[in-house]
Design a protein. Structure first.
Length: 303
């Protein structure tokens, strides 16, 4: 409904602009005195009115997200697309990067979470009750891969009456809304911040802070500001490739690199302690490369 109101405002603006330049007495009088100048004014007014109308149509059909005060966080002329052949969501080239805007917003609004609504028709729900939620989770996974904390993303299904075009696609199908975390959700998110495991390319001997680590640093900083008496233990873990002493060294080096990154993000050094357990505490047996990757991790405990 809010989106429809925005669309109608654009249309009203376009119509008022056209009336002003074509019908108001002041403009008509001036046009009689300076026809050449006013022909140019008329042409420019028509061009602006046409663009306002075209923009209103594009924005009405595009991907957007509002904050809790109904201000635009972002708005694109293109939109996500769902289809009737599978539950994947197509992301046009024109809106790639929207996940960064979401990450930036959540990074500076630690009391907010994102609701993702995946559309489904009543018929689709009858065939597969997970249609809408699967579409929402498709976008959630993209956002998690871009470094956003999954605890602050809530996927939901939304029953909507729509039809697919002749190609079997629907322009839209995903609705994004932000709102303030309630107390129970806030406790859940804070629990995840206080007990975090990171896999930010720690298998490499070179430290590479990624989006996941950067976004977590913002959450951790906000958490420590709220609970100033708490402190952070950063523990590095490795797989079993190499000898014990080398793995102990690399585990500590990676933990210290994370500590330095946190300090660079404004977290006080006296709240941070780093240590290594090397290969001594695997979470899965080191029997495959996949398992070894799971053991190469940083564990963060806040207490």
């Amino acid at each position: 409904m809010k989106h429809l109101i925005s669309f109608l405002i654009f249309i009203l603006f376009a119509l008022l602009a056209m009336w002003w330049y074509y019908s108001c007495p002041i403009c008509l009088g001036d046009r009689n005195n300076n026809p050449t100048v006013n022909e140019q004014i008329d042409a420019e007014a028509e061009k602006k009115a046409k663009k306002a109308y075209e923009d209103s149509i594009a924005l009405a059909n595009g991907l957007y997200a509002w904050d809790i005060d109904n201000n635009d966080i972002f708005r694109y002329p293109a939109n996500l697309q769902i289809n009737n052949s599978n539950l994947e969501v197509f992301i046009p080239e024109k809106i790639k990067g929207f996940e960064t805007k979401i990450a930036d917003y959540l990074g500076t609004h630690q009391d907010q979470e994102l609701m993702i609504y995946g559309y489904e028709t009543s018929k689709e729900r009858e065939i597969d009750s997970l249609t809408g939620i699967t579409r929402a989770n498709f976008i959630k996974n993209i956002l998690i891969n871009s470094g956003i904390n999954g605890d602050r993303i809530v996927p939901k299904a939304k029953l909507v009456n729509y039809t697919y075009d002749t190609n079997g696609t629907y322009n839209g199908g995903i609705l994004l809304n932000f709102h303030t975390l309630d107390q129970s959700r806030l406790e859940e998110v804070e629990k995840g911040i206080a007990n975090k495991t990171l896999y930010s390319d720690f298998g490499s001997k070179e430290f590479k802070p990624d989006a996941t680590l950067s976004n977590y640093a913002l959450e951790l900083k906000s958490y420590l500001n709220k609970y100033p008496t708490k402190s952070v233990l950063i523990t590095g873990h490795t797989d079993d490739v190499g000898d014990d002493d080398s793995n102990q060294f690399f585990g500590l080096k990676r933990a210290e690199n994370v500590k330095k990154h946190f300090i660079a993000q404004g977290i006080p050094e006296d709240k941070l302690t780093s240590k290594s357990k090397g290969e001594s505490d695997p979470i899965v047996p080191n029997t495959s490369e996949e398992n070894r990757a799971k053991n190469r991790r940083i564990e963060i405990i806040v207490n």
